[in-house]
Design a protein around this ligand. Sequence first.
Ligand SMILES: [Zn+2]
Length: 332
Amino acid sequence: MNGIYPWFEDLYRKIHLYKDHEKLGHAYLILDHEGLGTSNFCFFLAQSLLCQADNKSSTWEDTCQCQSCGIFKSGNPDFLLVEPREEGKQITIEQIRKVSHFFSLKSHYEGQKICVVNSAESMNTNASNALLKILEEPPKNALTILLSQSVGLIAPTVRSRCQIMKVPEPSQDEIMALLSPNEKNSFLLERTGVSYFGNSFVGQDQLKSSPKELDSLIEDLHTLAMKEGCPVSSAKKYSNWKSNEFFNSIELLGRHLILMSYGHELKKLQLSTLAKKNFSILSQALPSDFVFELIADISVQRNLFSRSPSVRFLDAIETIFVQWVIKTRRSS
Ligand SMILES: [Zn+2]
């Protein structure tokens, strides 16, 4: 393993190609999903862009001993990382002022100066406005790389100043290739699958208590996917659920849809026979890409709802259902 996962190779090559042809932009917004290893990739990318040696193919080793690489891990003066000071905290304007100062200094090794902003959606409004100023008049040789899992939470003015790049979803083969032989037995594959698709595993105890209500959610997702029913009236049924129960339930169903499409059984869910049948139809009918997108949509709505008092729970449910309808209809 040379430090970069196979799903990053295209992105890596593209950026180096731009650099070789002197067409590198001054700001990139890299969109990813949790668990893909994108922040490590950004360090690797930054080191390779600052490296003074010649060969930067994707087999480039981050053990290079040029001056810039030699001090990269202990702190290269041409590299700056900005991220929330603690998980869940905001990125503040003071942190962005440091970026401005960093870019105002001359490059130490005559090359670029690179700033990576991790969890860019965590910038508060002031921070975001301050970054916008930098992006509007980027200093010479400045490269800003924003990294985010929630593009919807990044100010449109900031977004529009960046070239957007998406980290592609790894294929099942690519994931399998990274597992040791022991991990390939089905139990561990399932566990890897579940932790790969989201945060920690959400158990049945954190879901809506009655399996009947989970059944009804599956029935609605099924009906909407089959071009019947209306997303807005379906959404109303869930507005009296606790928001966490709704988000946990629909997210867990999404993860299980993906596991099912890889041939796993629904061992952990207590469902009626009809719900199981509907669920199985959905898992066969929908490409896993759509389900990945559904999970991403849920997480965007969940973040919006929890962070912004102006977003009503019912609006969040409606948006999830409307997106589900648009995506499933596009796929058929
Ligand atoms: Zn080097």
